[in-house]
Design a protein around this ligand. Structure first.
Ligand code: HEM
Length: 497
């Protein structure tokens, strides 16, 4: 039997077993939106394509108070802005991020227990990588320029149709990010970038499948029916020889190596890995994969959403071009220049507010009974998340919330309200796509550097538009994911120098 057919059969079997074996997580003492019929599955199925409407309905009925909805995996309590602080201050010993991620995408069973629970690599992204972004900028921007030259039309070309826009963007993001993760020449290797981009899909599918089985069957499913081991094995021949070669050279060269060693994530991981088995090249490879997993799809989907807005709203382009030109005249194409581009910053932030990649965020699993500051009791085992969509579309926070207003945030900066408060990278109770608290996105400064460079580069060097004045194509929604339309075509032309 074909692998795909086996996976489908197993999916159905898993679903039946799930019903038999799992007790749906206990409900909290908050009102229910949707129906409890058929163990809540009636609503759970509906939520696959109408997640946003359900959140809007809950918000309209219960205002800012929590409500709960049955999902495929479990019931989830959705909270509003008033309880953001409760979630932000929580730690993994009360409302656990790690347990939630494990429950939803089965990291323990796809990438292993040590990546799931011993996340020392996240600290490198949060601290070391973030602190080095000024030095990293020229490398990353160089890679982005090459990737744009390869994926976009060249000088002298006429208007060119860019099909499969998201694939083109994903390839550019993957190369830019991997220039810092693994360096040259690997970041350009077609097979490496292909498996890096495909990995998230294979592991997410495997994780979803494994999540549907009771605990005692997970090891069996993970071993025989998951695409994750093959996906991981695909990475090893690329990364392990680099690690071994660097260790050999470090031993031979001593101090000279220390003074001249490569500037990339592989090296930071090698230098920082705890003693013992974490130094093992296979373990280090898993960390590179884990960071690619967190970085590439999130950043490329976010950028594609913004790119569609750019093509749909050509009247914004002159102001964006001026913003870039002023910064580049003063600082050149540098990180300092990028920091000055506050209209580019605002455009991306507004795209993320209006068309973020998720409608709910900050998922947490209660590992003990918790009482929120408003008295809501969350029993151990329950799942909680923030109703991002309703907060990002609340007219009290964002006037005319359904309008895409690209300079919404830069106007506030011009009015003296503070550049940091309104910056793209600032996570807050009003802007939730980076999450918040102990697990707030560790790579958001790097993501901002990538995405701002890409938008600044496009407005400076290209004209873009939808064919025949077409409108921005509708997004696809699957569960809480908001996916940029995969079928859109954009016309692109290189501007004359
Ligand atoms: C626009 C792109 C991105 C978005 C929207 C995004 C969003 C998020 C969110 C929502 C979380 C969970 C926060 C929480 O629940 O409180 C997260 C965590 C994380 N992100 Fe990002 N992310 C993006 C790009 C990146 C990039 C480029 C990297 C790596 C360079 C990265 C690395 C991480 C890591 C390591 C964590 C886990 C942090 C921890 O557990 O301490 N992300 N991200």
């Amino acid at each position: 039997m074909q692998f795909e057919a086996r996976v489908s059969l197993l999916g159905i079997f898993a679903f039946l077993l799930f019903k038999l074996f799992s007790s749906r997580a206990r409900k909290a003492n908050v009102p229910v939106v949707g129906s409890s019929a058929f163990f809540g599955y009636k609503t759970a199925f509906k939520m696959l394509t109408s997640y946003k409407q359900t959140l809007v309905e809950g918000h309209a009925k219960y205002g800012k108070s929590p409500f709960q909805v049955p999902g495929m995996r479990a019931w989830v309590v959705y909270v509003g802005r008033a309880l953001f602080e409760d979630l932000r201050k929580s730690r993994d010993d009360t409302l656990s991020f790690q347990e939630e991620i494990n429950d939803s995408v089965s990291i323990e069973w796809t990438m292993g227990k040590s990546v799931a629970y011993n996340t020392w690599h996240n600290v490198i992204v949060r601290k070391q990588m973030t602190q080095q972004l000024g030095i990293a900028f020229p490398l990353v921007y160089d890679e982005l320029c090459h990737a744009f030259d390869d994926g976009f039309p060249g000088p002298g070309d006429e208007w060119t149709e860019l099909h499969h826009v998201h694939d083109v963007i994903q390839q550019i993001v993957c190369r830019g990010a991997n220039r810092l993760f693994v360096g040259l020449p690997l970041c350009r290797h077609p097979e490496y970038t292909r498996i890096s981009r495909a990995f998230t899909g294979s592991v997410a599918k495997a994780g979803f499948l494994i999540a549907a089985f009771p605990k005692f069957l997970k090891p069996f499913v993970a071993k025989y029916f998951s695409g994750a081991p093959a996906a991981i094995a695909g990475f090893e021949p690329f990364i392990i020889p680099i690690i071994e070669e660097r260790r050999r050279r470090a031993a031979e060269m001593g101090d000279e190596w220390q003074a001249n060693k490569p500037f990339d994530l592989i090296q930071w991981l090698m230098d920082t890995a705890p003693e013992g088995e974490q130094q093992n090249p296979s373990e280090l490879t898993l960390r590179i994969i884990g960071i690619n997993f967190a970085a590439v799809h999130t950043s490329s989907m976010t950028f594609t959403h913004a790119f569609y807005w750019l093509a749909a709203r050509p009247e914004c382009v002159p102001a964006l071009r001026e913003d870039v030109a002023a910064a580049v005249t003063e600082h050149g194409w540098t990180k300092a220049g990028l920091n000055q581009m506050y209209k580019i910053d605002s455009f991306l932030k507004e795209s993320m507010r209006h068309t973020g990649i998720a409608t709910a965020i900050m998922g947490r699993k209660a590992v003990k009974n918790v009482t929120f500051s408003d008295g809501t009791q969350i029993p151990a085992g329950a799942h909680v998340a923030i109703n991002l969509w309703s907060i990002h579309h609340d007219p009290e926070i964002y006037p005319n919330p359904d309008e895409f207003d690209p300079f919404r945030f830069s106007r506030k900066v011009e009015q003296g309200e503070g550049a940091v408060k309104h910056a793209f990278t600032t996570a807050s109770s009003d802007f939730l796509l980076w999450g918040g608290g102990a697990h707030v996105c560790a790579g958001r400064n790097f993501a901002s550097m990538l995405l701002k460079s890409m938008l600044a580069h496009i407005v400076t060097y290209y004209d873009v538009q939808f064919p025949n004045g077409a409108q921005r194509p509708p997004n696809l929604e699957f569960g809480s994911n908001v996916i940029p339309n995969p079928k859109a075509t954009i016309l692109v032309r290189r501007r004359q120098a």
